[in-house]
Design a protein around this ligand. Sequence first.
Ligand code: ZN
Length: 289
Amino acid sequence: MIESSPLRFVPGHVAPENPGPNPRLFAFLGRELLVTSENLLPSVTAIDGLGIEATRTQYLGAWDQQHCYSAELPGDFKPPEGFATKDLRMLFGALEPELHALAGRAVQIVEWDRTHQFCGACGEQTEVSSTDRSRSCPDCAIPMYPRLSPAMIVAVERGDEILLGRSHNFPPGIFSVLAGFVEPGESAEEAVIREVYEETRITVEDVRYFGSQAWPFPNSLMLGFRARYARGSVDTDHDDEMESADFFHVNELPPMFPGKISISQWLLEDFVRRHSPDRDAAEKGREKG
Ligand SMILES: [Zn+2]
């Protein structure tokens, strides 16, 4: 019996006695997912047919009443004809978004399981917990959970302008909203104020939560914010990562990463919607509609 939930996916850590008629399996070679040559998730029967012995498997939970598992493929695995292994970044748009998110969850659990077989303090072999998604050391009793790194991402607005920057590793000409990791002991709002100042010397105020996105590259939880410009002039000279940054008017935005897959793009879309000159007409249209 699979527990009901308001969410489509019900996480679990203890595998059921019977996996049911058609379980889902996310099999990874390193961080790459095994898919068919059409970029679809292969059925368990198809994977079974390959006769591979997984290095480790994990139970994930149930999605649409189907039990889901992840597996670590052996390092020397070569996908046979009709199959491929792909980085999840290449599968945005190919897998439906919720299934893609589940694959992102799966890769992080596979990676956590692989890298926590031994205690980091004493080197003893760890044991899997029956009460939650953790492993622990029988000697030190140190629990080890999947690693999750909170990061903030922010749309800084100054009237009809938005603060965008580009780091050295972006493709040429591409800009994005600012982002950075939350440090220990810091609130996400404090991280917003610190990161924006560190990267651009701009001080912001009125920091407001926008929404979040799990971002498994490799294990981030992106916390989105909007913030208002308070004072300062853009200066990126002191920051090694930032190549340049500036305020851009809503009608003169620079090239950005294509698509609508990430929270950086949702923040920008939200900014454009609220600052577009057609906004009033569009909103009136909706009210009539
Ligand atoms: Zn230990």
